[in-house]
Write a protein that binds this ligand. Structure first.
Ligand SMILES: [Zn+2]
Length: 457
């Protein structure tokens, strides 16, 4: 392991270079929600990659909001690892809750504070630092490396899916490291292998052409009742989603995925306590709650509105009632299929009068099988870099634009990164522990070294 000792010594000795990179990027207020500083950040990222010898292209997405920075550097083997990152950040407000200004990064007590120091500029700089360490410790880069760095992630990556589809050859690779990851409170690195998909719809029921006096409820149909009756057919009190065919495409988790889920700490008690709940859904706790959390799809009512909602009484029969629903989907469900099944379900239950309006295009779920050889390499590299056993998480419970990488580009995808539970991403005082930065860079560099030895995904 002498090779790694040299590499790790270099990374420790040059940590200040990585901190300088993060600081340089985080001085740019790249708030995509407001379209701020996007071109100059893309150019800065491009020049950082060019300094390492990458060939770099800056390509706009179809939304025209931001450039995608695509970099490529050939190594000793054709095996290509693609890093997905983003250079945009969330708005820093509320500003008065920051101890130091969000776009003036500052080190205090072993932590770097500033917007983006973790999510995701810090993660990006850790990858750059890993490549630099490999190049400067006298070896060729053992494998080829590409970067795909977008500037629209914090507004939902509206242009990314199309971008990936239109640049398949440019992004062609053998495996992908996702935008970031973190250690837990015990210092165990968490490697995540998937995302859930999402379908978001609005249901609308219409009654009379205007609100009318509630005494007319004898003869005038009330759309709020129509909507409630329709909603009650979507899910029963055993928490089963009763849309015909809803579960047809659900992939049974692999036994290894289930056992990985069981290894994750049981946080159901803390969750109940922090939310002030007597019990979770179906009274679940422990591994049962964890399994459902990771592997079950949802049908959730996000909002429900009709008629008078102000203080006191107003005797009214509303003209319209609306509900917003989201469905978190698991492999291999598809938003367009669930949308069609929802429509058919409502029609067959006598609710063809209820309009279903898709609120956005939806997102497919994605999950890299836990027994993929690439996952094994990422996990083994974590053991070497952190000196502890990593926790493999089969999927995040949230959604993200991973599907076009896993399924369209065909890349096994795993996360690796520099975060920790109190990094406060998206919040005031976002911070990065410098010890996590060093360990994360070592992990990333080790992944590249080990991929160079096995050369397979
Ligand atoms: Zn973010």
């Amino acid at each position: 392991m002498n090779d790694l000792a040299n590499l790790y010594a270099y990374i420790d000795a040059h940590l200040s270079d990585a901190i300088a990179d993060v600081t340089r990027l985080c001085r740019l207020p790249t708030v995509s929600a407001r379209g701020e500083a996007l071109p100059e950040t893309a150019q800065t990222v491009a020049s950082m990659l060019r300094d390492l010898g990458f060939s770099v292209q800056l390509i706009p997405t179809s939304t025209g909001r931001a450039l995608v920075v695509v970099g490529a550097l050939r190594g000793a083997s054709d095996f290509t690892l693609l890093f997905y990152n983003h250079y945009d950040v969330q708005p820093p407000e509320p500003l008065d809750l920051w101890t130091s200004p969000p776009f003036e990064p500052e080190v205090r007590d072993g932590r770097l504070y500033g917007r983006g120091v973790n999510d995701d500029k810090g993660e990006l700089c850790a990858r750059i630092a890993a490549i630099r360490a490999l190049l400067n410790t006298g070896r060729h880069l053992p494998i080829s490396v590409k970067f795909c760095i977008e500037g629209e992630e914090e507004i939902g990556s509206p242009g990314l899916d199309k971008f990936v589809r239109e640049h398949k050859d440019l992004l062609a690779a053998d495996a992908c490291i996702w935008e970031g990851a973190s250690v837990n409170w015990h210092g165990e690195p968490m490697i995540t292998l998937g995302v859930k998909g999402i379908l978001y719809v609005e249901l609308e029921a219409r009654g009379p052409n205007r609100d009318v006096h509630s005494s007319m409820a004898t003869v005038v149909p009330n759309p709020a009742w129509r909507l409630v009756w329709a909603l009650s057919t979507l899910k029963n009190q055993a928490e089963e989603i009763t849309i015909e065919g809803f579960y047809d495409q659900v992939r049974t988790p692999l036994p290894l995925e289930v056992s990985a889920a069981h290894r994750l700490p049981d946080e159901s008690g803390e969750l109940r306590q922090s939310l002030g709940l007597q019990q979770l859904v179906l009274g679940l706790s422990g591994t049962e709650a964890r399994e459902r959390d990771l592997f079950a799809p949802t049908c959730n009512i996000c909002g429900l509105s009709a008629g008078y909602e102000g203080p006191g009484a107003k005797t009214v029969l509303p003209a319209v009632a609306r509900a917003k629903l989201d469905f978190r989907l698991v492999p291999d469900q598809r938003p367009e299929d669930i949308l069609a099944k929802l429509r058919r379900h409502l029609d067959s239950h006598g609710f063809s009068d209820i309009t279903v309006i898709p609120v956005d295009m939806g997102e497919n779920p994605a999950r890299t099988p836990i027994d993929a050889p690439f996952v094994n390499i990422v996990a083994q590299a974590a053991r070497e870099a952190y000196g502890v056993e990593p926790l493999l998480t089969p999927t995040m419970i949230g959604s993200g634009p991973m599907y076009s990488f896993t399924d369209f580009l065909g890349l096994p995808t795993a996360s690796a990164g520099i975060g920790y539970p109190d990094a406060r991403i998206h919040s005031p005082n976002e911070n990065l522990r410098l010890s996590d930065l060093a360990a994360g860079i070592k992990h990333l560099a080790t992944i590249v070294v080990r991929l160079g030895e096995t050369g397979r995904s």
